[in-house]
Design a protein around this ligand. Structure first.
Ligand code: UD1
Ligand code: UDP
Length: 371
């Protein structure tokens, strides 16, 4: 019997951990699973836990308004020590590159418990962008014993850093989650979603927007908002739908610059299935999200990435996403091109996903049980 502890705390970690937890829970004779959420996010995390019907055994409930990196790090470290003493896991799973990920891996290392890192090996090569994710994932990688890399590129990044053992290229569980989500959508009536989004004029081209990166706070984020405002003024055939992240550093400029425009809908963060439904209906996506860059090609939606660098180069190389930075003119130019040039749009709107095939969780279980 292997005791497996899952440690996560934010929306994207929960989405990407959910299919793996579900897969482990299919084998209660082989694995004893314990779920520990730091609740670095609260509402955004709970939406995902509810959707996937995951009940945490431990909930640190650490989130506070406008928390600092120091707040998150210290409060998780403080609480996780007791949990590790109680659970005594054989292995701890962490996912991605948040501060929960880094501290989860660090605590496993301190207790000499094996750490498995899901989505290992992503690198932008710039330690301040994305901030603090580039350093979180690098440190998590060096603290971990098993490295579940989504792609060959990710594996190569680890090898370059001298990490040689237990690297497995398995794809990204983001696609497992997407398939689970789409299956559930198929069972539901379209009417439920059409009714929920009745404020959107679907006869127009829908531009779906998200943004939350710390390195963009301040002027870059304002530039993003100004570009959206201009796009909404220039193109009368579009509707911009923007589920606004709950971070106050995001809420403030977005509300100040974009509210009260008839073709910009600023809405609350969407529950995962609603977000998937809208992603499937939209014309294009403007985002700085890691997860959305990975999901968009499964749905054949072009993604313009509003960041200076990305660690998700596979989508860029395939041509399904494009790095447009946070420069106002560039965002407007690239978005307008996709709105007006059919050939360019067709070139990017390919349904092909370099990040996974939906079988990542199964591969991981196979690897852990093969000895
Ligand atoms: C965090 C992660 C980032 C990840 C992102 C996904 C860190 C440092 N950052 O960024 O890597 O890409 O999540 O969304 O690990 N808030 C709420 N309710 C919520 C969530 C957030 O009110 O459910 C507000 C709070 O005021 C909180 C603030 O947002 O203090 C920031 O949350 P935090 O987790 O520190 O940073 P994110 O920007 O969400
Ligand atoms: N997402 C969601 N509702 C929203 C916006 C995003 O469910 O309103 C999902 C999205 O499908 C993806 C994940 O949240 O799976 C991405 O999270 P986020 O952008 O917060 O974090 P990142 O991936 O950048 O770390």
């Amino acid at each position: 019997m292997m005791k497996v502890l899952f440690v996560f705390g934010t929306r994207p970690e929960a989405i990407k951990m959910a299919p793996l937890i579900k897969e482990f829970q299919k084998y209660p004779d082989k694995f004893e699973t314990t779920i520990c959420v730091t609740a670095q996010h609260r509402q955004l995390l709970d939406q995902v836990l509810d959707f996937f019907d995951i009940k945490p055994d431990y909930d640190f409930n650490i989130m506070k308004k406008n928390q600092t990196l120091f707040d998150i790090t210290v409060s998780i470290l403080d609480k996780i020590h007791k949990t590790l003493n109680e659970v005594k896991p054989d292995i701890i799973f962490v996912q991605g590159d948040t501060t929960t990920t880094f501290v989860g891996a660090l605590s496993g290392y301190y207790k000499k418990i094996k750490v498995a890192h899901l989505e290992a090996g992503l690198r932008s090569g710039n330690k301040y962008s994305p901030f603090p994710e580039e350093i979180n994932r690098t440190l998590a990688g060096h603290l971990s014993n098993y490295h579940f890399a989504p792609t060959k590129n990710a594996k190569e990044n680890l090898l370059k850093e001298g990490i040689k053992e237990n690297i497995f290229v398995v794809g990204n569980t983001v696609v497992d989650a997407l398939f689970l989500g789409l299956d559930i959508l198929k069972e539901e009536t379209e009417g439920k979603y059409i009714d929920y989004f009745k404020f959107i004029d679907f006869s127009k081209k829908i531009i779906l927007v998200t943004g939350h990166r710390r390195e963009s706070f301040g002027t870059p984020f304002e530039n993003i908002c100004y570009s959206l405002r201009e796009l909404a003024n220039e193109h009368k055939d579009i509707e911009i739908v923007y589920p606004v992240h709950l971070n106050p550093n995001v809420q403030e400029p977005v509300m100040r610059i974009l509210k009260n425009k008839s073709n910009i809908h600023l809405i609350e963060p969407l529950e995962y299935p609603y977000f998937l439904w809208l992603m499937n209906k939209c014309y294009l996506i403007l985002t700085d999200s890691g997860g959305i860059q990975e999901e968009a090609p499964s749905l054949g939606k072009p993604a313009l990435v509003m960041r200076e660098v990305t660690e998700r180069m596979e989508g860029i190389e395939l041509g399904t996403s494009k790095l447009v930075g946070t420069n106002k003119e560039k965002i407007i130019k690239e978005t307008s091109l996709l709105l007006t040039n059919k050939e360019e749009y067709r070139r990017m709107a390919k349904r092909s996903n370099p990040y996974g095939d939906g079988k990542t969780s199964k591969r991981i279980i196979k690897i852990l049980t093969r000895d």
